[in-house]
Design a protein around this ligand. Structure first.
Ligand code: CA
Length: 221
């Protein structure tokens, strides 16, 4: 899933970028609020982590820009510790959740997972569940009928994307938009190889090929 990190603290970004990458997110980082406003309209992000105090344009204004442009991305706002006013203003401007600085990076990850699950109509926390499959996002494996199936990092990223969009036809382009950051070259052969590997591990029936349209993840149900 694609994350836009908008944060002007280089130290915090240095801490978060590798952590988010290890957790299977494709992350783009911007520092300036004006860039953030434009960037989110140009690319198809699933979620933004948005600091409020930014150069160029403050985070609340950026959030209002995104919402008035009708952008559907989920937004987690980073606020100053105990700033009640910031939290209220953020929620009013269309934030989905907030986190007060300083925070433990694990809390950010858990909130992102929960936010994405909620966005995609999954409320049965703590795991992402489709049919007989339950995805463990922290340890990056999937359970099928109680049996643990190990996943590579790339398989995990694709399966998470499928499980957040069950029973929907996703074109290759849509899948690639969710899987790769702005820097990574997209190669549809890689996608096909990964789909086949997931089928071998989980059963052919979990992912249907729709000729000329893309793939539909059914979870085997
Ligand atoms: Ca800041």
């Amino acid at each position: 899933m694609r994350v836009l990190l908008v944060e002007d603290s280089v130290a915090l970004a240095d801490e978060l970028l590798p952590l988010l990458a290890r957790s299977g997110y494709a992350v783009d980082w911007v520092v300036d609020g004006r860039d953030a406003s434009v960037r989110a309209s140009d690319e198809n992000y699933d979620v933004a982590v948005l600091d409020l105090g930014l150069p160029g344009r403050n985070g609340l204004e950026v959030l209002r820009d995104w919402r008035s442009a009708g952008l559907p991305l989920a937004v987690l706002v980073l606020t100053a510790r105990d700033s009640f006013a910031d939290r209220i203003a953020g929620l009013r401007a269309g934030a989905d959740d907030y986190l007060a600085k300083p925070f433990h990076p694990d809390e950010l990850l858990l909130r992102l997972q929960a936010l994405l699950r909620r966005r995609h109509g999954q409320t049965n926390a703590p795991r992402l569940v489709v049919g007989a499959l339950a995805l463990d996002e922290e340890r990056q494996f999937v359970e099928r009928d109680g049996t643990v199936v190990a996943l590579s990092g790339a398989e995990f990223r694709l399966l998470r994307c499928f499980m957040l969009h069950p029973d929907r036809v996703l074109s290759r382009g849509q899948l690639e938009e969710h899987l790769y950051d702005g820097e990574t070259e997209r190669d549809s052969n890689v996608l096909e190889v990964l789909v086949n590997r997931l089928r071998r591990k989980l059963g052919r029936e979990v992912i249907e090929t729709r000729r000329g349209q893309g793939y539909c993840f059914t979870g085997g149900t």
